[in-house]
Design a protein around this ligand. Structure first.
Ligand SMILES: Nc1ncnc2c1ncn2[C@@H]1O[C@H](COP(=O)(O)OP(=O)(O)OP(=O)(O)O)[C@@H](O)[C@H]1O
Ligand SMILES: O=P(O)(O)OC[C@H]1O[C@](O)(CO)[C@@H](O)[C@@H]1O
Ligand SMILES: [Mg+2]
Length: 319
């Protein structure tokens, strides 16, 4: 393998730059040429592909976002459209591709691998919703951003004896909501994986007030309902002063944590090693602190599941 390329795709996540840096530096270390594809799969189609040197990824490890930029490119699901991207890679003599992204990006990577480009996925999403890895790059940073917000909101919630509803990201996956609720000491967490009766939530808050609690914090994943809707529903059962905080895209930004930088560096280098060994159609990950590789078909064979023990623990500790 003499030439490879790397791209970032889907929602950006802190640590994507560190992953790209690792891919570039590891490849150059082994005298493999590296290209950067800008704007994810869209850049493959528009031929926005440029050679990268060691210096291209200098001063990037600490930066949030992705300097390669990202895109949602729905037309990439079309085989004929994808062929244009494959032709662009072939024209440059690029034999291997590293895709840093989430589950949707992996679908595209799987197709490319079936259609003749050796492709390896790296899990880069704040959602932590990918099978085959305990953690995705960006989850730890986003989690800490949310915890910081919860801690600050708790101060003002307590001063004013208010119930705060904090809406966090997660359309289908409750990991960010669950982990932040546990770490932030929230009273209740609402995740897409579990239906929860709002009356039960209201009863719990009422019991807390009766025990002398000065504030309550509810973390709701956006996929369950909006923070405003949650407040509306709560009002049907309990008369408390509520406020809603929607954390939004701030959760996706910021300098990556040490954990995310190290994870990104390890996974980026491992992806290059696998390409050099002629591997394709799989994604790298970390399980029990060991680097692992999993075929895309195995990753997609089951749904990502929430840690049920952690879910129960969060409820037990917040009573
Ligand atoms: N079935 C598919 N076939 C080919 N390409 C796909 C497919 N699904 C998604 N993609 C490509 O992957 C891109 C990213 O997917 P998506 O928007 O779902 O984000 P993601 O990678 O899951 O990241 P995140 O969930 O963190 O935002 C899509 O815009 C599209 O270009
Ligand atoms: O930036 P966009 O396209 O609005 O996407 C937001 C979504 O992306 C994610 O951050 C990552 O998939 C989700 O948690 C969120 O719902
Ligand atoms: Mg996704």
């Amino acid at each position: 393998m003499k030439k490879i390329a790397v791209l970032t795709s889907g929602g950006d996540s802190p640590g994507m730059n560190a992953a790209v840096r690792a891919v570039v530096r590891k490849a150059l270390f082994h005298d493999v040429e590296v290209y950067g594809v800008y704007q994810g799969y869209l850049g493959l189609l528009t031929n926005n592909i440029k050679p990268m040197e060691r210096g291209t990824v200098g001063d990037k490890i600490q930066r949030g976002g992705t300097f390669l930029q990202s895109a949602r490119c729905p037309e990439f699901k079309d085989k004929e459209v994808r062929q244009k991207g494959i032709d662009n890679l072939n024209a440059l003599g690029i034999e291997g591709l590293v895709v840093v992204g989430g589950d949707g990006s992996y679908r595209g990577a799987q197709r490319l691998s079936e259609e003749g480009i050796n492709t390896i996925g790296i899990p880069g999403t704040i959602d932590n919703d990918i099978n085959g890895t305990d953690f995705t790059i960006g989850f730890d940073t986003a989690l800490n951003t949310i915890i910081d917000a919860i801690d600050k909101i708790r101060d003002t919630a307590s001063s004013h004896e208010r119930t705060f509803i904090i809406e966090v990201m997660g359309r289908d996956a409750g990991d960010l909501a669950l982990w932040s609720a546990l770490a932030g000491g929230a009273e209740t967490v609402l995740v897409p994986e579990h239906k929860k009766d709002i009356k039960e939530v209201a009863d719990k808050i009422q019991q807390g007030i009766e025990r002398g609690k000065k504030h309550s914090i509810i973390v709701v994943a956006e996929g369950v309902m909006s923070g405003d809707e949650c407040a509306e529903q709560l009002k049907k059962y309990i008369n408390v002063d509520t406020r809603v905080s929607v954390l939004g895209h701030m959760q996706r930004g910021g300098s990556p944590s040490g954990v995310d930088r190290v994870l990104a560096s390890r996974l980026g280098a491992y992806a290059v090693e696998l390409l050099m060994e002629g591997e394709s159609g799989l994604a790298v990950g970390i399980q029990n602190n060991k680097l692992t590789k999993t075929k895309f078909e195995d990753i997609f064979s089951s749904q990502h599941v929430l840690d049920e023990r952690m879910f129960r623990l969060t409820n037990e500790l917040s009573i």
